[in-house]
Ligand binder design. Structure first.
Ligand SMILES: [Zn+2]
Length: 159
């Protein structure tokens, strides 16, 4: 069973627990990167490519991406949310919802910029490598606070 399917079946508990789950999709915090608000969004069904998703799954994934982006950019110091699908480590189709904090722009240019412009893919990769953690560290207080906060926002806001 893949990592995402294990989370869906509650064999693996992500930091802060599952943030949102319905019959179609699941949202949880990234397991091993110590950046509060870095969420992973996946369909419940184990599919490995976007072309295998049905209309309902696509709609639900898009809608929750929009809402989580809205919630994250309300946070101080987050002014952009990157949404990526790569699929190199985990085959179960998923989106990375990655908050770009202003403090991330303070790293030296060679880590995050090309020709003075922010290179989003480079910044994403640099931050992921720098903030990778092992499992003992994953229940970091900022992540727990963020997962609790976003869970409450999802429950209390209308769609
Ligand atoms: Zn799976």
């Amino acid at each position: 069973m893949c990592l995402t399917c294990q989370i869906i079946n509650e064999g693996i508990i992500p930091p802060g627990g599952i943030v949102y789950k319905d019959e179609l999709i699941i949202l949880h915090h990234c397991l091993d990167i110590n950046i509060a608000g870095y969420f992973i969004l996946s369909p419940i069904r184990h599919v490995e490519s976007i072309e295998q998703l049905n209309q309902n799954e696509l709609f639900q994934l898009a809608q929750i991406s929009k809402r989580i982006t809205e919630f994250l950019i309300c946070e101080s110091d987050i002014d952009r949310v990157y949404i990526l699908s790569l699929g190199e480590e985990t085959s179960h189709f998923h989106f990375h919802l990655f908050p770009r904090y202003n403090w991330m722009l303070k790293f030296p240019d060679e880590n995050i910029r090309i020709n003075r412009k922010i290179d989003g893919a480079k910044l994403f990769s640099f931050i992921r490598n720098r903030y990778k953690t092992d499992k003992q560290e994953q229940h970091e207080s900022k992540i727990l606070a963020m997962t609790t906060h976003i869970r409450e926002k999802i429950m209390t806001s209308s769609e």
